[in-house]
Design a protein around this ligand. Structure first.
Ligand code: TRP
Length: 361
């Protein structure tokens, strides 16, 4: 069986470091590993509209931002198909048939949906479109016969929902769909990188993100203002690592060679942590270290972005071509699905013959 990747993001803002360590970096590695027959990366604008239906302009404006972020981290249109969800009408058609296989109660139990309903104060008036997005996500994944879906931990319930739909479809109509596996980041700190304010998650709406497109000075300021340990007041005070954002980021980003390059007084992260908890190590020093690491990681991404920004029309062209390619693949799956469901009246000569037989005098 072919090894196929599908994943994507909602275009509601620029992508940030949470996306980067949680998913983007891995995608590029997978793309370049040569282990996959096909890689599809989708800008999920239709899904973004399920909770931004009143602000389509926001979604529209952010398509190019996400595309630039994709290209600048190293997703390569020669190796990966980059496309826009709404340009693939077959996904909507698949969703419609999958809706029959899912109960309202089942979607209501989906923890991601539950959370989002609370966050968006949708309790009293859940839009049907929003409620159905886990089903549409199953369409996204199965349309490309994806075997592997690299996403963040918050997407786990979506993958479970997809697997259920695949099993139910295949058991009722015959094996037409492929059951996908989720691929989570190996490094657990990367699974849920906190915001710079120490809050649970980076979120565009809270404004606690470091964006991939932030300039060097903005990144530096965000790092210098990061939440650390409020009880670590004097340098001599013992510091705490628990909930200390700077150390969480070091867990996610620092590598042994960074110490040699930027902080040769320490040979590894454990030594730095030990000194911090003992007392006598100031926050500024570790923040500067983190800043050096992040700048080194982000600089090539920024430079790459600058290049693509020079020819925006070419970026739209990449998306147009990708969408065309994706449409053909989704169409082929849709035909498989309709054949399995026997919604293929005009190409089913047996059916026509049998019906004619029945009505013959
Ligand atoms: N739900 C994902 C997000 O919130 C975006 C998405 C839509 C997706 N369809 C997908 C991710 C299919 C992986 C596979 O960012």
């Amino acid at each position: 069986m072919e090894k196929i990747i599908l994943t994507g993001d909602r275009p509601t803002g620029r992508l940030h470091l949470g996306h980067y360590v949680g998913s983007l970096k891995r995608r590029v590695e997978l793309q370049n590993s040569g282990e996959f027959d096909k890689v599809y990366i989708m800008i999920a604008d239709a899904q973004a509209l399920t909770d931004n239906f009143d602000n389509p302009e926001k979604v529209r404006q952010n398509i190019i931002e996400v595309a630039l972020d994709y290209l600048s981290v190293g997703l390569d249109p020669e190796k990966s198909t980059l496309f826009i969800q709404s340009q693939i009408p077959q996904l909507t058609e698949l969703s419609f048939y999958y809706m029959n296989l899912v109960t309202v109660a089942r979607v209501q139990r989906n923890p991601t949906v539950k959370n989002e309903i609370l966050q968006k104060n949708f309790e009293a008036s859940i839009p049907v479109g929003f409620f159905c997005y886990p089903i549409s996500q199953a369409a996204d994944i199965t349309a490309f016969k994806a075997t592997v879906v690299p996403v963040g931990e918050d997407q786990l319930p979506m993958l479970e929902q997809t697997k259920e739909i695949v099993r139910k479809f295949n058991s009722i109509y015959g094996e037409a769909l492929v059951e996908p596996d989720i691929m989570l980041p190996d490094n657990t700190v990367c699974r849920r990188l906190p915001g710079t304010d120490g809050k649970a998650k980076m979120s565009k709406s809270i404004g606690n993100c470091i964006n991939l497109a932030d300039d060097a000075e903005t990144v530096r300021q965000k790092v210098m203002n990061m939440y650390t340990d409020p009880t670590h007041i004097k340098v001599s005070d013992p510091g705490h690592l628990e909930g200390n954002t700077v150390f969480t980021y070091l867990d996610a980003f620092s590598r042994p060679e960074h110490f040699e390059m930027y902080l040769p007084d320490y040979s590894n992260l454990q030594e730095l942590k030990d000194h911090y908890t003992r007392g006598g190590l100031g926050d500024v020093k570790i923040k500067k270290f983190l800043n050096s690491i992040l700048q080194a990681e982000l600089e090539p991404i920024r430079a790459h972005r600058k290049e693509y920004e020079k020819d925006i029309a070419a970026v739209y062209e990449i998306l147009r071509k990708g969408s065309e390619k994706a449409r053909a693949v989704a169409e082929s799956t849709l035909q498989d699905v309709k054949n399995a469901m026997k919604i293929n009246y005009f190409s089913d000569t047996e059916l026509i013959k049998a019906q004619a037989e029945k009505y013959k005098g």
